[in-house]
Structure formats: C-alpha cells, structure tokens
Ligand binder design. Sequence first.
Ligand code: ATP
Ligand code: MG
Length: 412
Amino acid sequence: MGFWRHELGFEILNQVVNISMGNCCRRSVRLAHASYSTPSSEAANPPTTLYSTPSSQETSSASFGINSLTTSSSDASFSVSVKPFSFNDLKSATKNFRSESLLGEGGFGFVFKGWIDESTLTPTKPGTGIVVAIKKLKMESYQGHKEWLAEVNYLGQLRHENLVKLIGYCSESENRLLVYEYMSRGSLENHLFRKGVQPLPWLTRMNIAIHVARGLSFLHNLETQVIYRDLKASNILLDSDFNAKLSDFGLARDGPTGDRTHVSTRVVGTRGYAAPEYVATGHLTIKSDVYSYGVVLLELLSGRQALTEETAMSEESLLDWAKPFLSDNRRVLRIMDTRLGGQYSKKGAQGLAALAVNCIHSDPKNRPFMGDVVATLEQLQTSKDVRRTPPPKLNHRGIKRPSYTHKTTANR
Ligand SMILES: Nc1ncnc2c1ncn2[C@@H]1O[C@H](COP(=O)(O)OP(=O)(O)OP(=O)(O)O)[C@@H](O)[C@H]1O
Ligand SMILES: [Mg+2]
C-alpha cells in the first residue's frame, strides 16, 4: 500500500494550533494536578489507567506533530473537513445533554447521542437528520485539552474505513467537545464482557480482529507513522453491521523519525494492554501497539477482560492466566469463551491464538508488523475450515445447549 503525505496549512488546523497555543499552559497545570502521582490524582484516575510524569517533550503542544501530520493511501483518503460547532449547537443537538441521550462515559467525559442535518450539519429535532455521538470533556477529567487536541489533529485528518470518523469539534471557553459518526453497536468491550448481551459469534470476532488489524496497519504505514497507544476493547467501536473502527486518538503519537528507533514519552495507556517494555522504559514504538493487539485477540478468543479491577488487585492478568495454555497447541482451545457454545473453527482459533502469542512476545523485535498480521488473518479467513463453524451442540433432548455462562473452560 502506498501512503502519501500532504502539507498542512488548512484553516481549521491553524485554528486548532491557535487553540493549543492559547491553552497549553492552563492545560499543563490541570494535567499536573490530575495525572501526576499525587494522592488526589490517584483518586481521580481509574485504577487500570497508566499515567506517569510527562517529559518536557511530552508537555509541548508541538509533540502532536501538528505541522507534520498528513497522509492517505489507496484505501483511505485525506480530509480536513471537520466542522467547528458552537456549544449551543451541540446543546440543541443533544436536548441540553439530557440523561436520556447518554451513550456512555469514559475518562474524557460523557458521550451523548445527538441529531444533526446531514448536509448543513446544523442541529435537528431528534429522529430527523443523522445521528451523531457527542463527547463532552468533563471538567474534572484527568485527560483534557491536550487529548482533545490530539483527537482533532489525528482523526480530523485521517480517513480510513477502520477509524471512526470525526465530524466536528467545539472549543468554546472551557468547553471541549467532539462530534463523531454514531457507532450503533457501541464498544467491543460491551459485547464481550457485559452481562446479558448476546455473545458475539465466531465469524464476527474474526472480522473484528481483521478490521482492527487493518486500522492499526494503516496508522503504522503512514509516511510519518502514528502509534495509537491506547488499543483496548473499549476503544474499538462497532457499527450496525459489526464493522470495527478505532476511536480515541487522545494518546496517539507520531512514531520515531530518521534513525531513531523509538520515541521517549511518559507512560500513558491502560494496564493490561500496555507493552511491558514501554511501561518499564517509556520507549514507544509501533510494536507497543502490536502487543496491545495481541491482548485484544486473547480477549476475543476467551471473552475475558485483560485486567479488571479485581484481577488488578490479585495482579493476575488475562495473559498470566492464558500463557500456560497458549504454549501447547492441544490445550490452547481451553481458553475459548464457553459462550461460543463450541461454535467456532478449531483451526481458526488455533491460528488466532498463535498470532496472539507472536504479538505479545516479550521482545518487541520478535513481534510481527501489523501488515503481516493482516495478511495472516486474511489467509486464515479464506480457509474453508475457518469459515465453517460446527453445528451447535445439542443436549440429549435435541435442544441447543444454552451458552449463557461467561466462564471459560479453563478456570483461574
Ligand atoms: N462514536 C460513538 N458512537 C456510539 N457510541 C459511542 C461512540 N463513542 C463512544 N461511545 C460510547 O461511549 C462509551 C464511552 O466512550 P469513551 O471513549 O469516552 O470511554 P472509554 O473508551 O470507555 O474509556 P477511556 O476513557 O478509557 O477511553 C463507549 O464505551 C461507547 O459505548
Ligand atoms: Mg474510549
């Protein structure tokens, strides 16, 4: 795939740069309170979120590569057509951010459902026009302006079918909002781990694995590589057909340039997903994303979360639990999510597990590139054995066994 670079100079990005200049000092003070390891900051951060003291490089607004970002490829296009919204517009689009419009909540803030006109992008009555998702930075957020800016900078310029589309943004006094395409099936996290939801079928899981790999491969193959840095099930969103897209570019960074092998950064991201060498040294490479991808593959196979608040206490991550099974091809299927009711291709599951093992290799040099991961998955997907799933297991009365338990065959 040939990726190209495009010179900036667009009005909207100038506007964003100006916003950045105007607020960077205020923002760094807030970050210092919210994310450094002071006792109050620990209370503000979710236990699984990683934050360390920023390096001088990291606190600079220039670290987003604002003047250098630009790219496209044959299967993606370059665009800077993000709309600046007024706060009042977004207030009307969500009916004053009322609770019935709430879609979810994350570290950045609350996400609301809103309605806008498809061509003018002005707010419309609920039920008319198109649905959008509006993320509103909460004042006590440990993330904030810097992450908001990174999101506008990256997602505003990058277009790919496996990246969520940013439609617009709002920056009005203290208010920071982002307007995205609406992903009606929500996050992968909700489908894999939330109680009471229909389990995702095997082929859907395979497709999601491919879509995520394509999104990452696109970022890694840009002329100036982009390291996503926060791959996890909650940042993978699903549209009505279960197509997967990467969202949340707040922690994304330009990759190393010239002879550099890595970028040095403070450690941010999410425990359980972040690569061990990055957590230990702050040295970030595209292989850090490959590690997190391996963890997501294991989540897709097992239906178990990388690290929950409970497992964080006991220090036993999904990886610690799965590793003994992964080293033996005959035992590997014991990690499979029992909610699949045995309806998956053994060959496909073994292939995905083998890929996950490579991706989580302790030496980043031995991890595959995402382009190779995509090729392996596409090959696996075309194999007849992998596409065919065995019929559901029947009980002695000939009735399909329920697959409601969330436990996997191998218990902790
Ligand atoms: N574009 C979207 N379309 C539909 N729902 C969305 C969209 N973006 C976010 N959501 C919903 O809002 C929830 C919160 O998303 P958000 O990205 O703010 O937090 P998170 O990913 O759960 O946590 P973190 O802050 O650690 O990234 C998601 O889990 C999802 O259910
Ligand atoms: Mg998120």
